[in-house]
Write a protein that binds this ligand. Sequence first.
Ligand code: DC
Length: 214
Amino acid sequence: MIIAIDGPAGSGKGSVCKILSSKLDLINIDTGAMYRCVALKALENNLTIDDKDKIIDISSKINIDLKEDGTILLDGVDVTKKIREKEVTMIVSPISSIVEVRKNMVDLQRKIAKGKNVIMEGRDITTVVFPDADYKFYLDASLEERAKRRFIQNQEQNIEMSYEEILDNIKKRDYNDMHKEVGALKRIDSQIYIDSTNMTIDEVVKKIEEEVGR
Ligand code: DC
């Protein structure tokens, strides 16, 4: 079974998928974390967004391990927290716009999911990675609510970013993520649309469970 969930930054995909994966016994694949690993590795190699070929090269050889408990290993090193830091968050969207990087990540995502029951979240899962997924959702929330959620989440994880910085970053990422040449975030008729602005995480989880009949 494949459950595919797309939506903008801060819409609650991460929290919802974590709960659903354990409730429904599915493997949780956070594709945003994969793009973040490419961005982190580019930063560690002192690359900028102009070093396109080198970034593509990184994406073709990258060794990412998404552990069941949510830990993310990059070349065997735990980068779970590091990939959420400001520096990575600032450059991940332009890096994920590089068409060849996307191709490499989509190949990897399909490979990881092969033969397994998965819940996969991102921006292009319902449209590009698994357009024939059993269940397809678009999880949304207002810009202000998403920035508020991300601000609280960052505070819990001791990540330094002001509310205004987050709001501005999410706004820019929304625009960039929705205007990509390939793999743009978009709404399509076959997705089940959920606006979580006034919903709790548990309510969203329940709604998805109802839709998948579990
Ligand atoms: O979900 P996130 O905020 O961790 O994702 C980080 C960035 O990666 C996001 O700005 C867009 C990009 N991304 C993407 O282009 N395609 C995906 N399937 C997942 C994320």
